[in-house]
Design a protein around this ligand. Structure first.
Ligand SMILES: NC(=O)C1=CN([C@@H]2O[C@H](COP(=O)(O)OP(=O)(O)OC[C@H]3O[C@@H](n4cnc5c(N)ncnc54)[C@H](O)[C@@H]3O)[C@@H](O)[C@H]2O)C=CC1
Ligand SMILES: C[N+](C)(C)CC(=O)CC(=O)[O-]
Length: 495
C-alpha cells in the first residue's frame, strides 16, 4: 500500500496538532510549523491524549512511533515531506498565501491537503504553480480517532491525486471519501451547519438550554448516528413498508412550519453571552483536556462496540478499525518463535483508566483480556494470522482457568509470559502469568486450552504443516521446564 513515511503539518492548533498525532502514531516522521509561542506545549498535550486513547483502542501492533519535530520555518517543515497538511485559521487570504508558500518549497510530487471546513479547493489553489496535487482533506475532531476525511478536488486537481490520497489515508487508519463536486462546506459541515443553525434558534428563543439540547441528541439520534446514517436509519423507521412509504408519510412535514433553517440567527452579544453562560453551567467544572479525555474514552468504547457488530464482521467505523488492525498485523515485523527453554514473553501493556472498576483496580474481565491477547500473540508467532484464519483454519479457546492473585492499578506496566505444556499442536495447552513490570510481582495466572479447528467444517483438525513447524519446537523446548504448581488446579483449592 502507498505508505507515507514523512509528513508536514502547517498549523498545529486543534486540528493540525491532532493530524500530527495521527501521523506520528502511524509511524510517520512528522514536522510541524506553527508560529504560536506555546505550540510545543499545546501539541504535546494533544499527543499525550492521543497516545492514551490508542492504548485503549487497540492491541494490534502499532508501528514504532514516528519522530515529531518543530520547524523554524514553513520551508524547513515541508522539505522531503510526502504529505503536507495545511491547518491554519479559516481565512481564504491566509490559506491561499500559505498554500502558495508550501507549493514553492515542497517536492513537486508531494500531496498537499487543506483541512478547511468549507472553502472550496478551486479558490484555495488559485495562486499555486502545481495546483494539480492540492485538494481539501477535511477531517473531523479529534483527527487521531475519527477516521473520516472528505477529499474534495478543485478544477485543477488531478483525479489520480485524490485516489492516491485515499490509498495513503488507509495506511493511517482513515477513510477518504471522495466528494463528487466541490461545494462550500462539502457534505459533513453542510449537514452540521444546518443542524447548528436550528440549535441556535432553539436556544435564542428559550425553547431549551444548551444542556437540554445536548441531552436530546445524546440520548436519542446521537446514539443511532454512530452506527447508521440518516438514510439507513429512516429506512428502518419506514417499517416493512420501506423507504417509499417512509418518504410519503414524513416528507410532507418538511414544508410545515417546523424549522427556521434558512434564517441565520443574529449572533449579537446577548446570544453569545447566553450560550457561554449556559455552556459554563453545563460543563465548566471540567477543563478542556479532561473533556477531551472523556470524549476519547467514549469514542473508543463506541468504536470497539462497532468492531463486534454484524456478527463479529465489524460495522461502520468498527469495520474500519478491524481493517486497520489487520493492516497493522500484516505490516508489523513478524514476532519470532524462538524455541528457548524459558517461558515466552507475549504481551506488554499499561493499564488504562477505562480498565479500572469501582474497587479502584483493574476489573476482572481485563485480566482475561490480557490472557486472550497474549494467546493471540502466540498464535501470530506460529503463523496463525489473518490470512490463515481467512483460509478457514483457526484455534478456538475451549477452557480457561484464571486466578486473580494481586491487584493491577491504573498506569501499571504489565507483561504476560507463557509456558507451553506438553500437547500435540492440535491442542495448545499453556500456563500464563501476568506480571507487574516494576517489581515482577505475579498478579494473575491462566491455564488455557485451545483447539485447532476447520472453521468451515466446524470440527477440530490438525494444524497446517507451516504452523506445526513453528509450534512443535516451542512445545519441545518448554517440555524440559518443570510444570508450574498451579497447573490442573480446581477452583477454590488452597494454595
Ligand atoms: N476545530 C475544528 O473542529 C475543525 C477545524 N477544521 C479546520 O482546520 C483548520 C484549523 O482549525 P483549528 O485547528 O481549529 O484552528 P486553531 O486556531 O486551533 O489552529 C490554527 C493554528 O494555525 C497557526 N497558524 C496561524 N497562522 C499560521 C501560519 N501562517 N503558518 C503556520 N501556522 C499558522 C496558529 O498559530 C494556530 O495554532 C481550519 O481551516 C478549520 O476550518 C477542520 C475540521 C474541524
Ligand atoms: C466547526 N467546524 C466547522 C470547524 C467543524 C468541522 O469542520 C468538522 C467537525 O469536526 O465537526
Amino acid at each position: 500500500m502507498a505508505r507515507i513515511s514523512k509528513a508536514a503539518c502547517i498549523g498545529g492548533g486543534v486540528i493540525g496538532g491532532a493530524w500530527a498525532a495521527r501521523f506520528v502514531l502511524a509511524g510517520i516522521d512528522t514536522k510541524i510549523f506553527d508560529p504560536h509561542p506555546e505550540a510545543q506545549r499545546l501539541i504535546s498535550e494533544v499527543m499525550a491524549n492521543a497516545e492514551r486513547a490508542y492504548k485503549m483502542l487497540t492491541r494490534a501492533p502499532l508501528p514504532v512511533k514516528g519522530t515529531l519535530n518543530f520547524s523554524e520555518s514553513l520551508e524547513e517543515a515541508v522539505r522531503g515531506a510526502e504529505w503536507i497538511q495545511e491547518s491554519v485559521p479559516e481565512r481564504l487570504d491566509l490559506k491561499r498565501s500559505v498554500l502558495a508558500q508550501i507549493d514553492i518549497a515542497a517536492d513537486p510530487k508531494a500531496l498537499i491537503g487543506s483541512s478547511t471546513s468549507g472553502l472550496i479547493p478551486t479558490d484555495l489553489q488559485r495562486d499555486m504553480k502545481h495546483p494539480e496535487r492540492m485538494f481539501v482533506a477535511h477531517p473531523y475532531n479529534p483527527v487521531y480517532l475519527l477516521p473520516l476525511v472528505e477529499l474534495v478536488g478543485g478544477e485543477k486537481t488531478a483525479r489520480a491525486v485524490l485516489e492516491d490520497a485515499k490509498a495513503k489515508l488507509a495506511t493511517v487508519g482513515m477513510t477518504g471519501l471522495i466528494i463528487n463536486k466541490e461545494i462550500d462546506a462539502f457534505v459533513g459541515d453542510r449537514l452540521l451547519e444546518a443542524f447548528w443553525r436550528e440549535a441556535l434558534w432553539l436556544i435564542k428563543d428559550d425553547i431549551c438550554d444548551t444542556e437540554t439540547l445536548d441531552n436530546v441528541i445524546r440520548y436519542s439520534f446521537g446514539l443511532r448516528w454512530a452506527q447508521m446514517g440518516l438514510f439507513e436509519t429512516y429506512r428502518i423507521a419506514g417499517g416493512e413498508a420501506g423507504m417509499r412509504d417512509f418518504l410519503s408519510k414524513y416528507g410532507p412535514s418538511l414544508s410545515w412550519p417546523w424549522t427556521k433553517l434558512t434564517d441565520v440567527v443574529d449572533f449579537d452579544d446577548a446570544l453569545v453571552e447566553k450560550i457561554a453562560v449556559q455552556s459554563d453551567a453545563q460543563s465548566g467544572q471540567r477543563g478542556i483536556r479532561e473533556l477531551e479525555r472523556i470524549r476519547d474514552q467514549n469514542l473508543v468504547g463506541i468504536m470497539q462496540a462497532l468492531k463486534a457488530g454484524d456478527e463479529g464482521r465489524g460495522w461502520g467505523a468498527g469495520r474500519l478499525l478491524s481493517d486497520y488492525e489487520a493492516h497493522l498485523w500484516k505490516t508489523a515485523p513478524k514476532p519470532q518463535a524462538n524455541p528457548a527453554k524459558e517461558p515466552l514473553k507475549l504481551l506488554e501493556l499499561r493499564v488504562p483508566s477505562a480498565w479500572i472498576d469501582y474497587n479502584g483496580h483493574m476489573t476482572e474481565y481485563r485480566y482475561t483480556q490480557c490472557f486472550a491477547d497474549a494467546s493471540d500473540a502466540l498464535l501470530q508467532m506460529v503463523g496463525v494470522d489473518a490470512d490463515y484464519v481467512k483460509a478457514g483454519h483457526s484455534y478456538y479457546t475451549v477452557e480457561s482457568h484464571v486466578r486473580l492473585l494481586a491487584e493491577a492499578k491504573l498506569g501499571d506496566a504489565l507483561y504476560v509470559k507463557a509456558q507451553l505444556l506438553p500437547s500435540d499442536g492440535k491442542k495448545i495447552h499453556s500456563f500464563m502469568g501476568l506480571y507487574r513490570a516494576s517489581d515482577d510481582t505475579l498478579l494473575s495466572t491462566c491455564e488455557h486450552l485451545m483447539l485447532h479447528v476447520s472453521s468451515k467444517e466446524s470440527r477440530s483438525v490438525p494444524p497446517l504443516p507451516a504452523v506445526m513447524m513453528k509450534l512443535k519446537p516451542l512445545i519441545e523446548a518448554h517440555a524440559v521446564l518443570p510444570a508450574p504448581d498451579a497447573v490442573g488446579r480446581s477452583v477454590g483449592q488452597r494454595k
